[in-house]
Ligand binder design. Structure first.
Ligand SMILES: C[S@@+](CC[C@H](N)C(=O)[O-])C[C@H]1O[C@@H](n2cnc3c(N)ncnc32)[C@H](O)[C@@H]1O
Length: 277
């Protein structure tokens, strides 16, 4: 006896069941296919994502800071001229080999110096970049140019005039005297507000030197703020690693910083050095 042919309803039911079974298989196949394509199109070895933050153009920074193409335009102002010496530089460990070692190694385009005083280390770095043929290097010198309470006892002749100590102008005059006004630029603010401003402006340093306050809190805050604007692969370093001030405040800050960020401290003369990678 011939089997009974399926009715139309049974036929539709069968097709529906087959479709329900096929649907998850199709999803699975699609998933496998996209995974395989993704795997095949990925690079054969893992690569480090390259990150090179842009630096704003110098004229833009100068305009924001000084409303002028350069603070050295019409410098010195007539009232300050008789108060300045042609050149008067004084520093501490400002010509140490660490400067040459790091500039040679990093070949920095932007150096940020935190704590400049009369410019001994900044002027030394300007000389080194010029000797090494680094024509475009810019050295940004962040200092409130107020020194510290009582510093005039060691440095007679630097004011005060109407409460000012003339440090900024004597520093600028020192820069003029070595013809480095295209390379060395003052940023005359406190380290806290200056570093935050640089960060806001998107300015990154390839090489950052920390040499302002030597107590723990100042060094800690300067290093933390400076690290935020250190270009990946750059180097941060600082003076007075061995100074006893504030119970070795600088060394305590550097040690804590390195521990928190998992970085290695090297020592070069009187300086500590930390490479970001
Ligand atoms: C040791 S001197 C810098 C010496 C310089 N690096 C050199 O080798 O010739 C320290 C400088 O840091 C500056 N300074 C200290 N604390 C500061 C702060 N909170 N903001 C801005 N400048 C500060 C002082 O005005 C002083 O000029």
């Amino acid at each position: 006896m011939n089997p009974k042919p399926p009715t139309m309803k049974e036929d539709r039911q069968k097709k529906l069941t087959a479709f329900k079974l096929l649907k998850p298989i199709a999803y699975l196949l699609l998933l496998l296919l996209s995974f395989t394509l993704g795997y095949l199109s990925s690079p054969s070895s893992p690569t480090t994502p390259s990150f090179s933050p842009p630096t704003p153009q110098l004229p833009q920074l100068l305009d924001r800071l000084f409303n002028s193409p350069s603070p050295f335009v019409n410098f010195p102002p007539p009232y300050a001229t008789p108060l300045l010496r042609r050149s008067r530089v004084k520093g501490w460990g400002s010509n140490g080999p660490v400067f040459q070692n790091l500039i040679q190694k990093v070949q920095p385009k932007t150096i940020i110096e935190i704590g400049t005083f009369l410019g001994a280390s900044a002027i030394h770095m300007a000389g080194l970049t010029s000797q090494l043929g680094l024509k475009d290097t810019q050295i940004l010198c962040l200092d409130d140019f107020r020194g510290w309470p009582g510093f005039r006892a060691q440095f007679g002749g630097l004011g005060p005039r109407s409460g000012d100590v003339l440090l900024l102008y004597q520093f600028m005059q020192n820069v003029v005297s070595v013809n480095a006004t295209e390379t060395v630029l003052p940023i005359p603010f406190s380290t806290g507000s200056g570093l935050d401003w640089l960060c806001k402006m998107g300015v990154y340093g390839d090489l950052i030197e920390v040499d302002a306050g030597h107590d723990f809190n100042s060094a800690w805050s300067d290093i933390i703020r400076a690290y935020r604007i250190l270009r990946p692969g750059g180097v941060i370093f600082g003076h007075d690693y061995f100074t006893a001030a504030d119970d070795h405040g600088v060394r305590r800050a550097v040690t804590l910083f390195a521990r928190v960020y998992g970085l290695k401290i090297k020592v070069d003369g009187q300086h500590w050095v930390i490479e970001s990678s």
